[in-house]
Design a protein around this ligand. Structure first.
Ligand SMILES: [Zn+2]
Length: 148
């Protein structure tokens, strides 16, 4: 399970294992109050040359492993949600991909967004994709993930 926390990735990078990750108050699965540290795991994020050490916790009762995740990022996506939306916005409104993130990745996000929007709302005008992006977010979906 993921535990989304507000962190600054540069602090995580600089402090490494010494970064104080906020401990979840309860297990998200069984609501048990005892959650123990469970080491670190490497995670890749944009703009960092090496993986960052992300803290994991484990529930004492049900054994659920809880992995911290920056609130600025979707699950399983290296780029921040802000940069994803900015890239898609540039493409949809100005017709070009912004520099900084690989175009192939941005195309992948756009294709996933189109597929999700079509599955959820039917045919939507290309210019309305950003509105649909926000609607998907409000429904609790990750607008650029592969799953429909
Ligand atoms: Zn538990």
């Amino acid at each position: 399970m993921l535990h989304f926390v507000d962190v600054i990735l540069k602090d995580v990078f600089n402090k490494g294992h010494n970064f104080q990750w906020p401990r979840p108050s309860r297990c998200p699965r069984c609501r048990h109050y005892k959650v123990w540290g469970h080491g670190f795991v490497d995670r890749l994020f944009d703009h960092f040359t090496s993986p960052l050490q992300v803290k994991r916790f484990r529930c004492n009762d049900c054994g659920c492993v809880i992995c911290c995740r920056p609130a600025s990022h979707f699950a399983r996506v290296q780029s921040s949600s802000k940069s994803i939306k900015a890239g898609l916005s540039d493409r949809i409104t100005h017709g070009r991909w912004p520099p900084g993130i690989a175009t192939s990745r941005q195309r992948h996000w756009l294709a996933n967004l189109k597929r999700k929007v079509f599955a959820r709302f039917g045919v939507v005008d290309f210019r309305d994709l950003l509105t649909a992006y926000d609607k998907l977010l409000a429904l609790g979906h990750i607008p650029v993930s592969c799953s429909v």
